[in-house]
Design a binder for this molecule. Structure first.
Ligand code: F0G
Length: 449
Protein backbone atom coordinates (compact mmCIF):
# COMPACT_ATOMS: atom_id res chain seq x y z
CA UNK A 1 0.00 0.00 0.00
CA UNK A 2 1.36 3.41 -0.86
CA UNK A 3 1.98 5.49 2.28
CA UNK A 4 0.20 8.45 0.70
CA UNK A 5 -3.00 6.40 0.90
CA UNK A 6 -2.64 6.07 4.63
CA UNK A 7 -1.80 9.63 5.64
CA UNK A 8 -1.62 13.18 4.36
CA UNK A 9 -0.88 16.66 5.68
CA UNK A 10 -3.92 18.84 6.27
CA UNK A 11 -4.30 22.50 7.15
CA UNK A 12 -5.96 23.08 10.55
CA UNK A 13 -7.88 26.10 9.25
CA UNK A 14 -11.49 24.90 8.73
CA UNK A 15 -11.92 27.43 5.92
CA UNK A 16 -8.90 26.02 4.07
CA UNK A 17 -8.38 22.34 4.98
CA UNK A 18 -5.93 22.05 2.09
CA UNK A 19 -4.33 18.63 1.84
CA UNK A 20 -0.80 17.75 0.81
CA UNK A 21 1.06 14.52 0.29
CA UNK A 22 3.43 13.30 3.00
CA UNK A 23 6.29 13.34 0.47
CA UNK A 24 6.55 17.12 0.93
CA UNK A 25 8.44 19.03 3.64
CA UNK A 26 5.97 21.74 4.63
CA UNK A 27 5.96 23.60 7.90
CA UNK A 28 2.95 25.81 7.28
CA UNK A 29 0.05 25.58 4.86
CA UNK A 30 1.34 26.93 1.49
CA UNK A 31 -2.18 28.17 0.76
CA UNK A 32 -3.15 30.08 3.93
CA UNK A 33 -0.11 29.99 6.24
CA UNK A 34 -1.78 28.07 9.07
CA UNK A 35 -0.37 25.05 10.90
CA UNK A 36 -0.52 21.58 9.37
CA UNK A 37 -1.70 18.30 10.89
CA UNK A 38 -1.04 14.73 9.87
CA UNK A 39 -4.40 13.16 8.97
CA UNK A 40 -4.81 9.41 8.71
CA UNK A 41 -7.05 7.36 6.53
CA UNK A 42 -7.98 4.97 9.33
CA UNK A 43 -9.83 2.66 6.94
CA UNK A 44 -6.49 1.85 5.31
CA UNK A 45 -4.64 1.16 8.58
CA UNK A 46 -4.99 -1.99 10.67
CA UNK A 47 -5.36 -0.39 14.09
CA UNK A 48 -5.77 -2.92 16.94
CA UNK A 49 -9.28 -3.19 18.35
CA UNK A 50 -8.06 -2.62 21.90
CA UNK A 51 -5.11 -0.66 23.24
CA UNK A 52 -3.83 -3.60 25.30
CA UNK A 53 -3.08 -5.44 22.04
CA UNK A 54 0.02 -3.25 21.80
CA UNK A 55 1.31 -5.05 24.90
CA UNK A 56 2.18 -8.15 22.89
CA UNK A 57 5.12 -6.21 21.44
CA UNK A 58 6.83 -6.29 24.82
CA UNK A 59 7.62 -9.96 24.11
CA UNK A 60 9.43 -9.00 20.92
CA UNK A 61 11.90 -6.42 22.13
CA UNK A 62 14.77 -7.62 19.94
CA UNK A 63 12.82 -6.07 17.04
CA UNK A 64 14.06 -2.45 17.05
CA UNK A 65 10.60 -1.09 16.25
CA UNK A 66 8.93 -3.03 19.04
CA UNK A 67 11.61 -1.88 21.50
CA UNK A 68 10.99 1.78 20.62
CA UNK A 69 8.42 3.43 22.88
CA UNK A 70 7.37 5.42 19.81
CA UNK A 71 7.16 2.75 17.11
CA UNK A 72 5.60 0.17 19.41
CA UNK A 73 2.47 2.19 18.62
CA UNK A 74 3.21 2.49 14.90
CA UNK A 75 -0.35 1.90 13.69
CA UNK A 76 -1.31 5.16 15.42
CA UNK A 77 1.44 7.13 13.62
CA UNK A 78 1.45 5.35 10.30
CA UNK A 79 2.82 7.81 7.76
CA UNK A 80 5.87 5.86 6.53
CA UNK A 81 7.11 2.36 5.82
CA UNK A 82 9.08 0.30 8.35
CA UNK A 83 12.31 0.71 6.38
CA UNK A 84 12.19 4.47 6.94
CA UNK A 85 11.39 4.38 10.65
CA UNK A 86 14.27 5.84 12.63
CA UNK A 87 14.89 4.78 16.22
CA UNK A 88 17.74 5.10 18.69
CA UNK A 89 15.83 3.40 21.50
CA UNK A 90 13.61 6.33 22.53
CA UNK A 91 10.60 6.02 24.79
CA UNK A 92 12.01 3.62 27.41
CA UNK A 93 10.42 5.83 30.02
CA UNK A 94 8.69 5.01 33.28
CA UNK A 95 5.56 6.27 34.92
CA UNK A 96 6.28 6.30 38.63
CA UNK A 97 3.51 6.25 41.20
CA UNK A 98 4.93 8.60 43.82
CA UNK A 99 3.02 8.43 47.10
CA UNK A 100 5.66 10.31 49.09
CA UNK A 101 5.41 13.39 46.88
CA UNK A 102 1.63 12.95 46.74
CA UNK A 103 1.48 13.13 50.55
CA UNK A 104 3.76 16.17 50.63
CA UNK A 105 1.45 18.14 48.31
CA UNK A 106 -1.87 16.85 49.64
CA UNK A 107 -2.91 14.05 47.30
CA UNK A 108 -4.14 10.61 48.34
CA UNK A 109 -1.85 7.56 47.86
CA UNK A 110 -2.06 6.07 44.36
CA UNK A 111 -3.09 9.37 42.77
CA UNK A 112 0.15 10.99 41.63
CA UNK A 113 2.14 9.59 38.71
CA UNK A 114 5.32 11.05 37.28
CA UNK A 115 6.20 10.33 33.65
CA UNK A 116 10.00 10.53 33.39
CA UNK A 117 10.70 11.64 29.84
CA UNK A 118 14.24 12.56 30.95
CA UNK A 119 15.05 8.85 30.56
CA UNK A 120 15.13 9.24 26.77
CA UNK A 121 18.51 8.90 24.97
CA UNK A 122 19.13 12.65 24.78
CA UNK A 123 17.55 13.24 28.20
CA UNK A 124 14.24 14.82 27.17
CA UNK A 125 10.84 14.12 25.63
CA UNK A 126 12.03 15.59 22.33
CA UNK A 127 13.34 12.19 21.23
CA UNK A 128 9.77 10.95 20.77
CA UNK A 129 9.19 13.67 18.22
CA UNK A 130 12.57 13.33 16.54
CA UNK A 131 12.11 9.58 15.95
CA UNK A 132 9.02 10.46 13.91
CA UNK A 133 10.33 13.61 12.20
CA UNK A 134 13.66 12.04 11.20
CA UNK A 135 11.73 9.09 9.78
CA UNK A 136 9.89 11.55 7.58
CA UNK A 137 13.21 13.22 6.73
CA UNK A 138 14.68 9.86 5.76
CA UNK A 139 11.59 8.97 3.74
CA UNK A 140 11.91 12.11 1.60
CA UNK A 141 15.72 12.03 1.35
CA UNK A 142 16.67 15.06 3.46
CA UNK A 143 20.40 15.93 3.55
CA UNK A 144 20.49 18.91 5.88
CA UNK A 145 18.46 19.72 9.01
CA UNK A 146 18.05 22.76 11.26
CA UNK A 147 16.22 23.94 14.38
CA UNK A 148 15.94 26.81 16.85
CA UNK A 149 16.05 25.75 20.46
CA UNK A 150 16.02 26.56 24.13
CA UNK A 151 18.33 23.56 24.39
CA UNK A 152 16.59 20.21 24.39
CA UNK A 153 15.46 20.30 20.78
CA UNK A 154 19.02 21.07 19.70
CA UNK A 155 20.41 18.16 21.74
CA UNK A 156 17.85 15.76 20.35
CA UNK A 157 18.14 16.97 16.74
CA UNK A 158 21.91 16.72 16.91
CA UNK A 159 21.75 13.16 18.21
CA UNK A 160 19.21 11.92 15.66
CA UNK A 161 20.84 13.80 12.77
CA UNK A 162 24.18 12.15 13.33
CA UNK A 163 22.55 8.74 13.73
CA UNK A 164 20.92 9.24 10.27
CA UNK A 165 23.99 10.87 8.67
CA UNK A 166 22.03 14.08 8.07
CA UNK A 167 23.83 17.41 8.50
CA UNK A 168 22.61 19.55 11.37
CA UNK A 169 22.64 23.21 12.39
CA UNK A 170 21.11 24.53 15.61
CA UNK A 171 20.24 28.10 16.61
CA UNK A 172 20.27 28.98 20.29
CA UNK A 173 19.83 32.29 22.08
CA UNK A 174 23.14 33.50 23.48
CA UNK A 175 23.24 32.91 27.24
CA UNK A 176 19.71 31.45 27.18
CA UNK A 177 20.55 27.75 27.29
CA UNK A 178 21.40 25.41 30.17
CA UNK A 179 24.92 24.03 30.01
CA UNK A 180 23.96 20.35 29.91
CA UNK A 181 22.05 20.99 26.69
CA UNK A 182 24.73 23.16 25.07
CA UNK A 183 27.32 20.49 25.84
CA UNK A 184 25.18 17.89 24.04
CA UNK A 185 24.69 19.93 20.85
CA UNK A 186 28.44 20.46 20.57
CA UNK A 187 29.34 16.90 21.53
CA UNK A 188 26.89 15.35 19.03
CA UNK A 189 28.54 17.37 16.28
CA UNK A 190 25.90 19.99 15.44
CA UNK A 191 26.95 23.27 13.92
CA UNK A 192 25.92 25.41 16.89
CA UNK A 193 25.07 29.04 16.16
CA UNK A 194 24.51 31.31 19.14
CA UNK A 195 22.30 34.22 18.10
CA UNK A 196 22.38 37.39 20.17
CA UNK A 197 18.71 37.24 21.04
CA UNK A 198 16.11 35.02 22.72
CA UNK A 199 14.34 31.86 21.54
CA UNK A 200 11.64 33.82 19.71
CA UNK A 201 14.36 35.59 17.69
CA UNK A 202 15.97 32.23 16.86
CA UNK A 203 12.60 30.78 15.85
CA UNK A 204 11.97 33.72 13.52
CA UNK A 205 15.41 33.45 11.92
CA UNK A 206 15.29 29.69 11.47
CA UNK A 207 12.08 29.98 9.45
CA UNK A 208 13.69 32.57 7.17
CA UNK A 209 16.77 30.39 6.74
CA UNK A 210 14.62 27.36 5.91
CA UNK A 211 12.84 29.32 3.21
CA UNK A 212 16.07 30.62 1.70
CA UNK A 213 18.19 27.47 1.93
CA UNK A 214 15.47 24.80 1.76
CA UNK A 215 16.69 23.07 4.91
CA UNK A 216 14.53 20.59 6.83
CA UNK A 217 13.03 22.17 9.98
CA UNK A 218 12.85 20.10 13.16
CA UNK A 219 10.93 22.51 15.39
CA UNK A 220 7.43 21.54 16.42
CA UNK A 221 6.04 23.43 13.42
CA UNK A 222 6.98 20.16 11.77
CA UNK A 223 3.73 18.17 12.04
CA UNK A 224 5.52 14.82 11.93
CA UNK A 225 7.31 15.65 15.18
CA UNK A 226 4.06 16.00 17.05
CA UNK A 227 3.00 12.56 15.83
CA UNK A 228 5.91 11.06 17.77
CA UNK A 229 5.05 13.07 20.86
CA UNK A 230 1.55 11.55 20.94
CA UNK A 231 3.18 8.35 22.18
CA UNK A 232 3.96 9.95 25.56
CA UNK A 233 0.22 9.72 26.19
CA UNK A 234 0.02 6.12 24.94
CA UNK A 235 2.78 5.13 27.36
CA UNK A 236 1.06 6.84 30.28
CA UNK A 237 -2.16 4.94 29.50
CA UNK A 238 -0.14 1.74 29.05
CA UNK A 239 1.57 2.11 32.42
CA UNK A 240 -1.75 2.79 34.14
CA UNK A 241 -2.90 -0.67 32.99
CA UNK A 242 -4.49 0.80 29.83
CA UNK A 243 -6.56 3.23 31.89
CA UNK A 244 -6.87 6.94 31.20
CA UNK A 245 -5.99 9.27 34.13
CA UNK A 246 -8.24 12.15 35.24
CA UNK A 247 -5.59 14.78 34.54
CA UNK A 248 -2.50 15.24 32.42
CA UNK A 249 -0.25 18.10 33.53
CA UNK A 250 2.41 19.42 31.17
CA UNK A 251 4.69 22.46 31.01
CA UNK A 252 3.87 24.91 28.21
CA UNK A 253 6.63 26.42 26.07
CA UNK A 254 6.29 26.30 22.30
CA UNK A 255 3.13 24.24 22.99
CA UNK A 256 4.07 21.22 20.89
CA UNK A 257 3.38 18.66 23.61
CA UNK A 258 0.01 20.05 24.60
CA UNK A 259 -0.93 20.14 20.90
CA UNK A 260 0.17 16.54 20.37
CA UNK A 261 -1.58 15.27 23.50
CA UNK A 262 -4.97 16.69 22.53
CA UNK A 263 -4.64 15.16 19.05
CA UNK A 264 -3.66 11.81 20.57
CA UNK A 265 -6.75 11.68 22.77
CA UNK A 266 -9.04 12.94 20.03
CA UNK A 267 -7.86 10.14 17.72
CA UNK A 268 -8.03 7.43 20.41
CA UNK A 269 -11.61 8.45 21.17
CA UNK A 270 -12.51 8.51 17.48
CA UNK A 271 -11.07 5.02 17.07
CA UNK A 272 -13.04 3.77 20.08
CA UNK A 273 -9.83 2.87 21.94
CA UNK A 274 -10.66 5.04 24.98
CA UNK A 275 -14.02 6.08 26.33
CA UNK A 276 -12.95 9.15 28.27
CA UNK A 277 -10.58 12.03 27.54
CA UNK A 278 -8.52 13.29 30.50
CA UNK A 279 -8.42 16.96 31.40
CA UNK A 280 -5.27 18.79 30.41
CA UNK A 281 -3.51 21.40 32.57
CA UNK A 282 -0.82 23.42 30.79
CA UNK A 283 1.61 25.26 33.04
CA UNK A 284 3.58 28.35 32.00
CA UNK A 285 6.27 30.17 33.93
CA UNK A 286 5.06 33.64 34.97
CA UNK A 287 7.98 35.22 33.09
CA UNK A 288 6.81 33.58 29.84
CA UNK A 289 3.05 33.37 30.20
CA UNK A 290 1.62 34.30 26.80
CA UNK A 291 -0.77 31.34 26.74
CA UNK A 292 -2.04 32.00 30.26
CA UNK A 293 -2.59 35.66 29.55
CA UNK A 294 -4.33 35.06 26.22
CA UNK A 295 -6.61 32.30 27.51
CA UNK A 296 -7.37 33.45 31.06
CA UNK A 297 -7.35 37.23 30.60
CA UNK A 298 -8.04 37.90 26.91
CA UNK A 299 -10.64 35.19 26.36
CA UNK A 300 -8.84 33.51 23.44
CA UNK A 301 -10.41 30.18 22.42
CA UNK A 302 -10.16 27.65 19.60
CA UNK A 303 -13.66 28.53 18.46
CA UNK A 304 -13.94 25.55 16.10
CA UNK A 305 -10.75 26.66 14.35
CA UNK A 306 -11.89 30.24 13.81
CA UNK A 307 -9.68 31.72 16.52
CA UNK A 308 -9.89 35.48 16.89
CA UNK A 309 -6.57 36.42 15.27
CA UNK A 310 -6.96 40.08 16.21
CA UNK A 311 -6.46 39.17 19.90
CA UNK A 312 -3.19 37.39 19.09
CA UNK A 313 -1.99 40.08 16.69
CA UNK A 314 -2.55 42.93 19.12
CA UNK A 315 -0.95 40.91 21.94
CA UNK A 316 2.19 40.32 19.88
CA UNK A 317 2.24 43.92 18.67
CA UNK A 318 2.27 45.01 22.29
CA UNK A 319 5.15 42.62 23.10
CA UNK A 320 7.09 44.12 20.20
CA UNK A 321 6.27 47.69 21.26
CA UNK A 322 7.52 46.98 24.79
CA UNK A 323 10.59 45.20 23.42
CA UNK A 324 9.52 42.32 25.64
CA UNK A 325 11.81 39.36 26.15
CA UNK A 326 10.63 36.50 28.40
CA UNK A 327 12.60 35.57 31.51
CA UNK A 328 12.38 32.50 33.71
CA UNK A 329 14.84 30.14 35.41
CA UNK A 330 13.00 27.40 33.51
CA UNK A 331 14.94 28.34 30.37
CA UNK A 332 13.35 25.49 28.35
CA UNK A 333 10.00 27.31 28.38
CA UNK A 334 11.31 30.87 28.09
CA UNK A 335 9.15 31.56 25.03
CA UNK A 336 6.71 34.40 24.39
CA UNK A 337 5.47 33.61 20.86
CA UNK A 338 4.60 29.91 20.97
CA UNK A 339 4.36 28.58 17.43
CA UNK A 340 1.75 25.94 18.21
CA UNK A 341 -0.61 28.32 19.98
CA UNK A 342 -3.63 27.46 17.83
CA UNK A 343 -3.18 23.71 18.03
CA UNK A 344 -2.83 24.10 21.78
CA UNK A 345 -6.14 25.99 21.90
CA UNK A 346 -7.65 23.04 20.05
CA UNK A 347 -6.26 20.66 22.69
CA UNK A 348 -7.73 22.81 25.44
CA UNK A 349 -11.05 22.46 23.65
CA UNK A 350 -10.71 18.68 23.22
CA UNK A 351 -9.52 18.04 26.79
CA UNK A 352 -11.53 20.65 28.71
CA UNK A 353 -8.12 22.07 29.48
CA UNK A 354 -6.95 24.83 31.74
CA UNK A 355 -3.87 27.01 31.90
CA UNK A 356 -1.91 28.39 34.83
CA UNK A 357 1.36 30.26 35.38
CA UNK A 358 3.75 29.59 38.26
CA UNK A 359 6.64 31.68 39.61
CA UNK A 360 10.32 30.75 39.42
CA UNK A 361 10.36 30.28 43.22
CA UNK A 362 7.48 27.81 42.99
CA UNK A 363 9.24 26.00 40.13
CA UNK A 364 12.49 25.67 42.10
CA UNK A 365 10.73 24.42 45.24
CA UNK A 366 8.75 21.91 43.18
CA UNK A 367 11.93 20.78 41.45
CA UNK A 368 13.58 20.14 44.81
CA UNK A 369 10.56 18.03 45.82
CA UNK A 370 10.78 15.94 42.64
CA UNK A 371 14.46 15.44 43.46
CA UNK A 372 13.87 14.57 47.10
CA UNK A 373 10.95 12.18 46.55
CA UNK A 374 11.43 11.07 42.96
CA UNK A 375 14.10 10.77 40.28
CA UNK A 376 14.56 14.50 39.68
CA UNK A 377 13.82 16.69 36.67
CA UNK A 378 14.88 19.95 35.07
CA UNK A 379 13.20 23.25 36.08
CA UNK A 380 10.63 23.46 33.25
CA UNK A 381 9.39 19.96 34.08
CA UNK A 382 8.83 20.91 37.71
CA UNK A 383 6.36 23.58 36.61
CA UNK A 384 3.89 20.67 36.47
CA UNK A 385 4.16 20.00 40.21
CA UNK A 386 4.06 23.73 41.00
CA UNK A 387 0.93 24.02 38.82
CA UNK A 388 -0.62 20.99 40.49
CA UNK A 389 -0.15 22.63 43.88
CA UNK A 390 -2.02 25.70 42.60
CA UNK A 391 -4.85 23.60 41.19
CA UNK A 392 -5.22 21.63 44.44
CA UNK A 393 -5.38 24.86 46.44
CA UNK A 394 -7.99 26.23 44.06
CA UNK A 395 -10.00 23.02 44.46
CA UNK A 396 -9.99 22.41 40.70
CA UNK A 397 -8.07 19.15 41.13
CA UNK A 398 -9.38 16.88 43.88
CA UNK A 399 -6.97 14.95 46.16
CA UNK A 400 -8.50 11.67 45.00
CA UNK A 401 -8.09 12.24 41.27
CA UNK A 402 -5.57 10.28 39.19
CA UNK A 403 -2.90 12.60 37.83
CA UNK A 404 0.01 12.14 35.43
CA UNK A 405 2.64 14.88 35.36
CA UNK A 406 4.93 14.88 32.35
CA UNK A 407 8.47 15.48 33.58
CA UNK A 408 9.92 16.58 30.29
CA UNK A 409 13.67 16.73 30.97
CA UNK A 410 16.45 15.09 33.00
CA UNK A 411 17.79 16.78 36.18
CA UNK A 412 21.35 16.90 34.80
CA UNK A 413 20.26 19.13 31.92
CA UNK A 414 20.54 22.18 34.13
CA UNK A 415 22.77 21.56 37.16
CA UNK A 416 23.34 25.31 37.69
CA UNK A 417 19.77 25.98 38.81
CA UNK A 418 19.92 22.99 41.17
CA UNK A 419 23.29 23.85 42.70
CA UNK A 420 22.38 27.51 43.20
CA UNK A 421 19.05 26.59 44.83
CA UNK A 422 20.68 24.31 47.36
CA UNK A 423 24.02 26.03 47.91
CA UNK A 424 22.63 29.54 48.27
CA UNK A 425 19.69 28.41 50.46
CA UNK A 426 17.24 29.89 47.94
CA UNK A 427 14.15 27.94 48.96
CA UNK A 428 12.37 26.01 51.68
CA UNK A 429 13.79 22.67 50.49
CA UNK A 430 17.41 23.81 50.06
CA UNK A 431 19.91 21.20 51.16
CA UNK A 432 23.29 22.97 51.21
CA UNK A 433 26.58 21.10 51.49
CA UNK A 434 28.51 21.62 54.74
CA UNK A 435 32.21 22.44 54.62
CA UNK A 436 34.46 21.06 57.35
CA UNK A 437 38.15 20.80 58.20
CA UNK A 438 39.90 17.58 57.30
CA UNK A 439 39.53 16.37 60.90
CA UNK A 440 37.80 13.11 61.95
CA UNK A 441 36.34 14.50 65.20
CA UNK A 442 34.85 17.50 63.44
CA UNK A 443 33.52 15.36 60.59
CA UNK A 444 31.85 12.94 63.04
CA UNK A 445 30.35 15.81 65.01
CA UNK A 446 28.41 16.86 61.91
CA UNK A 447 26.82 13.47 61.27
CA UNK A 448 23.55 12.41 62.86
CA UNK A 449 23.34 8.68 62.12
N1 F0G B 1 10.02 21.03 29.01
C1 F0G B 1 11.24 20.96 28.47
C2 F0G B 1 12.31 20.30 29.25
C3 F0G B 1 11.50 21.54 27.20
O1 F0G B 1 12.70 21.47 26.68
C4 F0G B 1 10.45 22.19 26.53
C5 F0G B 1 10.65 22.81 25.22
C6 F0G B 1 9.20 22.22 27.12
C7 F0G B 1 9.01 21.62 28.36
C8 F0G B 1 8.05 22.86 26.46
O2 F0G B 1 7.48 21.99 25.55
O3 F0G B 1 7.40 23.42 23.55
O4 F0G B 1 6.11 21.31 23.70
O5 F0G B 1 5.45 23.29 25.06
N2 F0G B 1 11.75 22.99 24.68
C9 F0G B 1 11.97 23.47 23.32
C10 F0G B 1 13.43 23.38 22.96
C11 F0G B 1 11.37 24.77 23.05
O6 F0G B 1 13.88 24.14 22.09
O7 F0G B 1 14.13 22.54 23.50
P1 F0G B 1 6.53 22.54 24.40
Amino acid sequence: MKTSNKACQECINPDCKARFDCSQALFKCPRCGELLDIRYNWDKIQVPNRLDEFARRWANRNNRLDLSGVWRFRELIDFCDDKDRVTIGEGQTILQQNDALAKQIGLKPGCLHLEYEGLNPSGSFKDNGMAAAFSHAKMIGVKSSICASTGNTSASVALYAHSCSIKCTVFIGSGRIAFGKLSQAMDYGAQTIQIKGDFDDCMHQVQQVCKKLGMYLLNSLNPFRLEGQKTIMYRIIEQLGWQVPDWIIVPGGNLGNSSAFGKAFDELKLLGLIDKIPRLAIINATGADTLTDLVNNKGLTWNAGRTDNSIIDSYYADLTKRNFSPHTCASAIEISRPVNLKKCLRSIDICNGIVRAVSDEEICDAKALVGKYGLGCEPASAATIAGLRHLLTEGIIKPTEKIACVLTGHPLKDPDVTVNYHKDQQGQFSNAPIEVDNDLEKIISLIQP
